[in-house]
Design a protein around this ligand. Structure first.
Ligand code: PEP
Ligand code: MN
Length: 339
């Protein structure tokens, strides 16, 4: 249920309602929309008790039931797109399209520092790089783990870039949180509910990747797990789904951008690297993503893709990445955005 406060509701009146909701044993989720202050109440609700208990509060305009299964993630909870603040003026969800770039995996100090400097020069604001790699085979490179996290931090300190890196285990959330600005939840973990709840307890931004066979509803319900723990800084990422087509690594569902934006207020990012699996297709896919309204891109870039320990075939060389961003800035301008 959503408590819609009157336009002129005073802070004191809002607080009274929040306190009363808590007294009744629920967790209030306040959200300031474009026009109104809303207070979401979720969980197993006793509607009649709520209506009786809240009916007389002067600041309340109306009580509206939320019909969708995703409550906090849905548009009814917030009418304007959420702008997530990553600190130092870096945001996602506003006019500027946020570019996150870097190697699939952190491999060495030289590799990550070189890449950080190059992607920064081309306009990226966030450095990506996996330290814990969820590989299909247990015999493939599993990542540099904590040493990789330290290298990401060094690269971030040297360049001022923010960091995004994957966390694969609820027990590592605290450790990874010491080094990253954004937690990445990988496609294979989209429904790892314990992991979702754990990052939900943090206040750091979380980029949630769509599972390779997840419907939009399942995807949004996974985001709801994070938000229901109190972390509203969630970013949705479409990274391609599995279909009957095998020519591309995955089928990048660009229509997901308008669909997710219709259903949810959360920013939407596209991963054209995993979405296609081939470096030649990364720029065309990213062009489409920008034209269709993506709020950000996450792109794999490597100093020498042929020598990469993972995902080299879908990684861009520095020069190709620079050319891509130049190209995308024209499309961004044409659709009223900036890159
Ligand atoms: C990655 O970003 O390198 C990765 C493993 O992504 P995904 O979870 O989308 O496969
Ligand atoms: Mn990868």
């Amino acid at each position: 249920m959503i408590i819609v406060m009157k336009d002129k509701a005073k802070e004191k009146e809002i607080k009274q309602v929040v306190d009363r909701v808590e007294e009744l044993g629920y967790t209030p989720h306040p959200s300031r929309g474009a026009k109104k202050m809303l207070i979401g109440i979720i969980g197993d609700l006793n509607r009649e008790e709520l209506i009786d208990s809240l009916g007389a509060y002067p600041g309340i305009d109306k009580l509206v039931p939320i019909m969708e299964p995703y409550k906090l993630v849905g548009r009814s909870f917030k009418d304007n797109t959420s702008i997530i603040d990553l600190g130092d003026g870096v945001t996602i969800g506003g006019k500027e399209i946020l570019v996150m770039a870097g190697p699939c995996a952190v491999e060495s100090e030289e590799q990550i520092i070189k890449t950080a400097a190059a992607v920064k020069k081309s306009g990226a604001k966030v450095l990506r790089g996996g330290a814990f790699k969820p590989r299909t085979s247990p015999y493939s490179f599993q990542g540099m783990q904590e040493e990789g996290l330290k290298l990401l931090k060094t690269a971030s300190d040297e360049t001022g870039l923010k960091v995004i890196t994957e966390v694969v285990d609820p027990r590592d959330v605290e450790l990874v949180g010491n080094y990253t600005d954004i937690f990445q939840i990988g496609a294979r973990n989209m429904q790892n509910f314990y992991l979702l709840k754990e990052v939900g307890k943090s206040n750091k931004a979380v980029l949630l990747k769509r599972g390779m066979s997840a419907t939009y509803k399942e995807f949004l319900m996974a985001a709801e797990y994070i938000m229901s723990e109190g972390n509203y800084n969630v970013i949705l990422c479409e990274r391609g789904i599995r279909t009957f087509e095998t020519y591309t690594r995955n089928t990048l569902d660009l229509v997901g951008i308008p669909v997710l934006k219709k259903l949810s207020h959360l920013p939407v990012v596209i991963d054209p690297s995993h979405g296609t699996g081939q470096w030649e297709l990364v720029t065309p896919a990213a062009r489409g993503a920008v034209a269709m309204g993506a709020d950000g891109l996450i792109v794999e870039v490597h100093p020498e893709p042929t020598k990469a320990l993972s995902d080299g075939q879908q990684s861009l060389k520095f020069s190709k990445f620079t050319a891509m961003i130049d190209d995308l800035s024209q499309i961004a301008n044409a659709v009223g955005r900036e890159i």
